[in-house]
Design a protein around this ligand. Structure first.
Ligand SMILES: NC(=O)CC[C@H](N)C(=O)O
Length: 381
């Protein structure tokens, strides 16, 4: 029926799925994770936090709107960091007014190995029951035992420092604000704050949310010494999302400790949240299968409000190890895990999920406003 080459996905537990290849030909290995978002496949594929992960999308039809030049989340516009893509069904026709390519063309142009026409419900149940597993996608010339061997050889994400791998190599400035109907993206001309953003794998929409609120953002490579960051005289420092295990990122933990001593306002998202927790002596753990989706309920403990959030993490801060000077502000209503905290003696706060959405709901936008308020307050003092 299809002219696509054959492909297999083999999990480290020995399960084999047969499908078709819809990306570039080859072999890839990584941790197989599932994401339950119904939209945003292009943003998910280009989120640097998915480095070394093969993403399974549980929504069954993927590719309906093709891809475009605007929904790219990695700072390097030509880069897809995900190690592979697994989907149920690729539609024969894709259509959208912003479309520039079909999904298979995008995958081929960005060197992504992808498999379609497999039972993603069965795969997700296996991952949910047994936990995240290593896997291998092999296309064209298929050899199940070789693929199994390759899957089992994947060392796993625990202990892997990937933030420095995906981080920018040079400092750069950002002033582009959010997307507007009729005008697309635009440069935000007036700036009131200077934010230093530490790039552990930063998503573009975080930079846009800051620029939209009149911040001029300087993005620094992950290993920039704290004194260099402080010498740029930031009104606040942002600690970004990023891939891999936060625990081996000693450089980031040390920098954050120096920034805390300097009492500069701090805001950390996802990996940045985990790094800030490690910097104050808490511990992180690997989750069974993580949180990856766009409809995760989280409670804001101060207001009591339930917010629907975008999530993408496989590690978490162990809530029992959080020191007493950290006040818990947010908890997951799925598993009660820590979703945010604030430091009493510092203007520093965090969120484990993704307030920048992209893809996902904008319920947590208010945390960007809180960062602005803190910088304002600090300026006044
Ligand atoms: N999106 C992120 O920043 C992910 C953080 C970390 N790599 C984790 O998996 O938990």
């Amino acid at each position: 029926m299809s002219q696509h080459p054959r492909a297999i996905l083999v999990l480290e537990d020995g399960t084999v799925f047969h499908g078709i290849s819809v990306g570039v030909e080859g072999i890839t290995t990584g941790e197989v994770a599932f994401n339950t978002a119904m939209t945003g496949y292009q943003e998910i594929l280009t989120d640097p936090s998915y480095c070394r992960q093969i993403i399974t999308l549980t929504y069954p039809h993927i590719g309906n709107t093709g891809t475009n030049l605007e929904d790219i989340e990695s700072s390097n516009i030509n880069k897809v960091y995900a190690a592979g893509l697994v989907v149920r069904d690729l539609p024969p026709v894709s259509s959208n007014w912003r479309k520039t390519e079909t999904l298979p063309t995008f995958l081929k142009n960005h060197n992504v190995i992808a498999i379609a026409e497999i039972d993603t419900r069965k795969l997700t149940r296996i991952l949910r029951q047994k936990g995240a597993q290593a896997g291998c996608i092999m296309t064209g010339r298929i050899n199940e035992s070789e693929a199994l061997q390759k899957a089992r050889a994947f060392p796993g994400l625990a202990g892997m420092d990937l933030a420095q791998v995906v981080s920018c190599k040079q400092t750069y400035e950002w002033q582009e604000g959010e997307w507007k109907w009729g005008g697309g993206y635009h440069i935000q001309p007036t700036t009131h704050f200077h934010v230093a953003a530490l790039d552990f794998g930063i998503k573009r929409n975080i930079l846009r949310k800051l620029a939209q609120r009149h911040c001029k953002v300087t993005v620094f490579p992950a290993q920039t010494p704290a004194n260099e960051i402080l010498a740029s005289q930031p009104d606040g420092v942002f600690l970004s999302n990023g891939p891999g295990d936060p625990e081996p990122c000693n450089y980031a933990i040390n920098i954050t400790q120096r920034l805390l001593e300097a009492k500069v306002p701090l805001f950390g998202i996802c990996l940045g949240h985990q790094i800030l927790a490690l910097a104050i002596g808490a511990k992180t753990i690997k989750m069974k299968f993580g949180h990856h989706g766009a409809n995760h309920p989280v409670q804001d403990l101060d207001s009591g409000r339930v917010i629907i959030t975008s999530q993408n993490h496989g590690f978490a801060v162990d809530i029992n190890t959080l020191p007493s000077h950290a006040r818990i502000t947010h908890r997951s209503l799925f598993d009660n895990s820590l979703q945010g905290f604030e430091l009493n003696e510092n203007m520093a706060f965090t969120f484990q999920g993704h307030p920048e959405a992209s893809p996902g709901p904008h319920d947590v936008d208010y945390l960007f406003d809180r960062f602005i308020d803190q910088m304002n307050q600090c300026k006044k003092n």
